[in-house]
Design a binder for this molecule. Structure first.
Ligand code: APR
Length: 245
């Protein structure tokens, strides 16, 4: 590792060690090394589509079967994935900190599978299904799902319980995420392109509060130049090194 990088990671390790309150924001990049494709960036899942056009209530209304087929494909892919050393390092960090909140944009459930406890899922959960009429929500881990599009017991059309573009976040979750960031001494931003809002707003919020911010991402993001430390590389390699005591 070049000398400057080594010094930077040592400094970051010191901040992690010293912080009694930690918040983390993760995005698709933390699951990339588990074999779950990201949305943007190299090899991104939606390279040939625009996520802002496909993952919308309008697209679902237009063609519910098409959207369900796409989610069925993603569910199948995710069902084969296991947590990687990046997910596990966050479990280890949580066990050492009196206050720790993991805020994730991911719907893949890999943080739960790794053993993380205090997880705020900003964008929902791919294993949850919700009725478009009566609002009932339930877990269904079947892969593949039969009879698409899925329906509720009440007979109405059901949808993935996921936040699509143009939809609000689940009730109360934003204030819990913002409170966790404001309370933190250290904010880790891992594997997110930081272009989807409101999630990305947590970064300027932390910076304005003078919370130390460390970004981990092989690529630059709109915030790389503003954070206290941007570590370029894969989360599955960098996080275990940073968290090692
Ligand atoms: N380690 C860390 N970061 C990685 C890795 C890795 N091994 N591999 C890729 N990345 C980075 C990419 O460089 C990219 O910046 O992860 C980021 C993934 O960005 P996106 O695909 O845009 O994912 P995310 O930021 O989570 O997207 C936000 O957009 O489509 C919606 O709802 C969806 O929650 C998602 C939201």
């Amino acid at each position: 590792m070049p000398e400057a990088r080594k010094k930077e990671s040592q400094e970051a390790r010191g901040w992690i060690e010293a912080a009694d309150s930690v918040a983390v924001l993760t995005g698709a990049g933390i699951s990339a090394e588990s074999g779950v494709p990201t949305f943007r960036g190299t090899g991104g899942l939606w390279r040939s589509f625009r996520p802002e056009e496909l993952a919308t209530p309008e697209a679902f209304r237009r063609d519910p079967k098409l959207l369900w087929e796409w989610y069925n494909w993603r569910r199948e892919l995710i069902s084969k994935a296991l947590p990687n050393p990046g997910h596990k390092a966050l479990v280890e960090l949580e066990s050492r900190k009196p206050r720790f909140t993991l805020i994730t944009q991911n719907v893949d459930g890999l943080h739960d599978l790794a053993g993380s406890k205090n997880v705020l899922k900003l964008h929902g959960d791919i294993w949850q299904i919700r009725c478009t009429k009566c609002g009932k929500s339930w877990t269904d881990r079947r892969v593949p799902l039969p009879d698409l599009p899925a329906h509720c017991d009440c007979g109405a059309l059901a949808r993935p319980d996921i936040v699509w573009f143009g939809e609000p976040l689940p009730a109360g979750i934003w204030s819990r995420a913002a409170d966790a960031v404001e309370d933190a001494r250290l904010f880790l931003v891992v594997g997110t392109s930081a272009v989807v809002y409101p999630a990305a707003d947590l970064i300027p919020l932390a910076l304005a509060r003078k919370v130390k911010v460390i970004e981990i991402n092989p690529d630059e993001t709109p915030f790389s130049a503003e954070v206290d430390c941007a570590l370029a590389g894969p989360a599955g390699e960098i996080l275990p090194r940073l968290v090692a005591s």
